[in-house]
Design a protein around this ligand. Structure first.
Ligand code: FAD
Length: 480
């Protein structure tokens, strides 16, 4: 046994020089072994670290909070490479400045969405764009195009008006709407491939009160009719999320049983000034009594999204989220549901529990890698997108079941991608196919040109990015 003194020395040496660090995403199924976890204290220290690593060609994977289903945050495993490989988190960059004169907030990359929203609320400010949950790092959420629901609102990235970013040599670029508006379109959704974003400036708005109305609807296996009715409701409600239909796994018949009801919520601005009460029922990931009709009022942030404490369930689940022009929505949703049902006989692994469809809308934008980019839309399409999500939720964290469901999830894009001009969410299992990516993201060549400038030695890429984006110059990134 090592003497207490030696053990203490080893602990101190590890603390001083770092040691291998295993990275996991939120549900522990995406993982890799890096040489160390690096969390620089500020932008200058981050730049210094990058300068030092550039000569060695070290692999560098910058991460937020790992709140995704895909391989964006997978580092280059140290078993695969001779070069050093690091997970870098900018969690310590916590400065913040509110500028009420031009309604912007500038903040360091360490801010998580939830902390930032609390800070905004304290300052009588808000913003219009949030996902269902607020557990992400803000830059992490922005970098994949995280979104909520609304035909006239954009994703989180669309409110970014400026940022500071370090390239692989530690050089700083300041990108903003005023001086380099075209480049900003590349950096808004950068997938961690264009450098380490150290600071962001976003547009905010005064506190906005919303009324949230939740209704319970009857489900029917006539999916064509059900989704036509929902498409009509999307015409009536600009900002609406549909949670359903829901299916429960029937172990006896080995099939999915349709729950008789499901629910939806829509939001609208209000001048109500009484008690704010949407936080009493978040209805996110297993929390709250969701299938009931109610009205609540709250500040926009609490009316549309939920803080970490509002999330109850954390079973393994597989998920897809596909964006497609809203004009195709009713037909596509019916075909997605029928396709899923036709695959049920394959879902033999144990521990299936629930399958939930979710539907949202989003306004299109011009960020190069935005899943709702409007660059390839033909005439006659409005530029509003529908979002179809399917969650396959397990009752137990069993890998066989997870992998079975993920494999099935990947097939939806092959089945429907071309037909409905579908773009998958970057952090929700988009399959690696660069040809398809180029078709749906016509600005990919411009994005890759900036990628090369920012990362000439391919230090920021991983296998997922190389495959998905077709970064052919980085094909040998493990050994170059
Ligand atoms: C249960 C669940 C619910 C979800 N709900 C929604 C939803 O409602 N809407 C939605 O759109 N998405 C949703 N997502 C997806 C998820 O929130 C986003 O994809 C988001 O990107 C995750 O943020 P993160 O901070 O964990 O980032 P990570 O997953 O850690 O990183 C995301 C990307 O950002 C890059 N990055 C991180 N920090 C930096 C930096 N400083 N500089 C440069 N690049 C950086 C990383 O390299 C990576 O490419 C959900 C995910 C889960 C697991």
């Amino acid at each position: 046994m090592a003497s207490p003194k030696l053990a203490l020395l080893l602990v101190l040496l590890h603390a001083a020089f770092g040691s291998a660090y295993r990275w996991f995403n939120w549900q522990f199924e995406v993982t890799c072994e890096s040489d160390a976890y690096i969390a620089p204290e500020n932008e200058a220290a981050t730049a210094k670290f990058l300068q030092e690593q550039y000569h060695k060609g070290s692999h560098i994977k910058v991460v937020g909070n790992g709140h995704g289903f895909g391989n964006l945050t997978t580092c280059v495993d140290n078993s695969l490479t001779e070069k050093p490989t690091y997970i870098v988190s900018l969690t310590n960059l916590k400065h913040l400045k509110v500028n009420k004169a031009d309604m912007t907030v500038t903040f360091g990359a360490g801010w998580d969405v939830d902390d930032l929203t609390e800070e905004l609320k304290d300052n009588g400010l808000s913003f219009n764009h949030l996902g269902v949950e607020r557990v992400q790092n803000f830059v992490g959420a922005t970098s994949t195009g995280t979104h909520g629901s609304g035909s006239n609102i954009g994703n989180i990235a669309s409110q970014v008006v400026g940022l500071r970013v370090l390239d692989s040599q530690g050089n700083l670029s300041v990108i903003d709407k005023k001086h380099n508006a075209e480049e900003l379109k590349a950096f808004r959704i950068s997938l961690g491939a264009l450098g380490l974003i150290t600071e962001m400036t976003i547009q905010v708005q005064p506190t906005l009160l919303m009324k949230k109305t939740t209704k319970v609807l009857n489900a029917t296996s006539d999916y064509s009719k059900m989704y036509k009715d929902l498409a009509q409701l999307y015409k009536e409600h600009e900002r609406m999320t549909v949670w359903g239909p829901h299916f429960n796994w029937d172990a006896d018949t080995q099939s999915w049983a349709l729950e008789p009801t499901y629910f939806l919520s829509w939001w609208e601005p209000t001048n109500y000034t009484d008690v704010r009460n949407c936080t009493l029922n978040y209805c996110a990931n297993g929390c709250g009594d969701c299938k009931k009709e109610y009205i609540c009022y709250d500040e926009m942030i609490d009316a549309v999204s939920c803080p970490p404490e509002g999330v109850c369930a954390r079973e393994f689940y597989a998920e897809i989220e596909h964006f497609l022009p809203i004009e195709y929505y009713a037909e596509a949703a019916a075909n997605y549901t029928l396709f899923q049902q036709a695959q049920t006989p394959r879902m033999k692994a144990p521990y299936n529990h629930q399958m939930v469809f979710q539907h949202r809308t989003l306004r299109g934008d011009d960020a190069y890698m935005s899943p709702v980019n409007t660059y390839n839309l033909g005439p006659g399409l409005s530029g509003v997108f529908a979002i179809i999500e399917i969650d396959w939720i397990q009752e137990y964290n069993n890998f066989t079941t997870l992998w079975q469901n993920q494999e099935l999830a990947f097939e939806f894009l092959t089945q429907f991608g071309e037909t409905y001009n579908v773009r998958p969410h970057w952090n929700k299992m988009s399959p690696p196919n660069a040809t398809y990516t180029l078709e749906k993201f016509p600005k990919l060549p411009e994005f890759l040109a900036i990628q090369e400038r920012q990362d000439p030695k391919c230090q920021f890429v991983n296998e997922f990015l190389v495959q998905q984006l077709g970064i052919t110059r980085c094909a040998g990134f493990l050994s170059n």
